[in-house]
Write a protein that binds this ligand. Structure first.
Ligand SMILES: NC(=O)c1ccc[n+]([C@@H]2O[C@H](COP(=O)([O-])OP(=O)(O)OC[C@H]3O[C@@H](n4cnc5c(N)ncnc54)[C@H](O)[C@@H]3O)[C@@H](O)[C@H]2O)c1
Length: 382
């Protein structure tokens, strides 16, 4: 199959910039795709961060320390931008105005005002494809749950719970970084960092909260500053959002949680849906396992637990018995973004597209309301 080459520039050569480079490097993993990303340019304000790319990514021809120089390069079609949250608004707006397609990291702006600036630039440049990074729905177990929702299997929804839990911040000796400071990470704290991942599938199912009552906690108050002293931890560590969802047929409760301090959990993303006719659960804690419980009136209530085959949105060379992991979900998300650029929205090779700016905008409405709820102790309508 002929593959259309999409020339990428990466802005932000940290943790996530490298993940994309690794996904692009193993594009041969995918079968039957008519597009391929090639990273031709990278930019980081810190020249040391660029070193890894120079050494590990042979396709990189140009390196920059000022992102505006990368945007001025006419030989770049699209940009992946993975920088701290306080820079999202300025950089995303400039990328969109440069006419290059953008996969931007969440939360798409440090706060609602910053997000509004990004939304305005998107509205003014409709020819540019803009999507928000969120990879967990590409796990085969999560995709299967999405299929069951689409098929209307669940009956009346009783309750939904979704979360994303980390635990490394339980260690009080972990040094402070930009994710623990309001100036760089934002007042949302853990919600801005982890919340889009949790909301992605519920929003895609049309389950948007109509209101929210939140409980936000700050657990570790200071950390080593890396210079022999200590620094205050300013952002929320954990958030529990109790929401009411109102669809056209029914209302149901939805509990969303984002936690940086959930003892024993490393990158645990999960969704549980209980319904009168069917219930299902998937968690990346047991990435192979999917559990579901079909129910008929008067019948037995028995959970089925199965190792799901490696059945991803885009076909791969991996055998069906092997395990799917984080880097596979990143590769699949990248395939979806490139597919949408190459083939167009609505003509993708498979239907699950990346998170949209509208979905990111809704997440800002929810997080802003959650901050107000925590401040006032009230339930805030959206
Ligand atoms: N999708 C995911 O699973 C996931 C995981 C972690 C982080 N993220 C998101 O990715 C983004 C970046 O997080 P990270 O963990 O990669 O951070 P990081 O600190 O590892 O990397 C950020 C990089 O941006 C660079 N940078 C800072 N200012 C810059 C500028 N003006 N121009 C160019 N580069 C600049 C820094 O030098 C650094 O190398 C955030 O939005 C975060 O929320 C997403």
């Amino acid at each position: 199959m002929t593959q259309r080459t999409i020339r990428f520039g990466v802005i932000g050569c940290g943790l996530m910039g490298k993940e994309f480079a690794s996904a692009a490097a193993r594009w041969c993993h995918l079968t039957d795709v008519n597009f391929i990303p090639v990273i031709t340019a990278v930019c980081d304000a810190n020249p040391d961060a660029i070193g890894w790319f120079k050494q590990a990514v042979p396709s990189v021809e140009k390196t920059f320390t000022d992102y505006r120089d990368l945007l001025a390069d006419p030989d770049i079609d699209a940009v992946y931008c993975a920088v701290p949250h306080n820079l999202h608004a300025q950089l995303y707006v400039d990328i969109i105005r440069s006419g290059k397609h953008l996969l931007g990291e969440k939360p798409f702006g440090i706060d609602r005002e910053a997000n509004a600036d990004i939304q305005k630039a998107i509205a003014e440049n409709p020819e540019v494809l803009v999507r928000c990074s969120s990879e967990f729905p590409f796990f085969p177990g999560a995709l299967q749950i999405a299929k069951w929702v689409e098929e209307g299997r669940f009956g009346k929804i009783i309750e939904v719970e979704a979360g994303f839990w980390h635990s490394s911040d339980l260690d009080p000796q972990k040094p402070i970084n930009w994710k623990r400071r309001i100036a760089t990470n934002g007042e949302y704290g853990c919600m801005g960092d982890l919340g889009m991942h949790v909301l992605h599938l519920p929003m895609r199912f049309g389950w948007k909260p109509a209101n929210v009552r939140s409980l936000l906690s700050q657990i570790i108050e200071e950390r080593p500053d890396g210079k022999g002293g200590t620094a205050p931890c300013e952002t929320w560590d954990n958030a529990i959002l109790a929401c009411e969802v109102q669809t056209k047929d029914q209302a149901f409760p939805m509990l969303l949680s984002t936690k940086r301090i959930a003892p024993g959990h490393a990158n645990t993303w999960f969704i549980r849906i209980q319904g009168t006719a069917f219930s299902a659960e998937f968690t990346t804690k047991n990435p192979k396992q999917l559990a579901w419980l079909p129910y008929e009136a008067g019948g037995k209530q028995a959970w089925h637990v199965m190792d799901v085959p490696y059945k991803s949105a885009y076909g791969t060379i991996t055998g069906g018995i092997f395990e799917f992991g984080f880097s596979d979900s990143i590769l699949q998300m990248w395939a979806a973004f490139c597919d949408e650029i190459a083939n167009g929205t609505g003509r993708m090779l498979q239907p699950f597209h990346c998170a949209t700016p509208e979905e990111a905008e809704f997440s800002h409405r929810l997080f802003t309301a959650a901050l107000e709820s925590n401040r006032t102790g009230g339930t805030i309508p959206l």
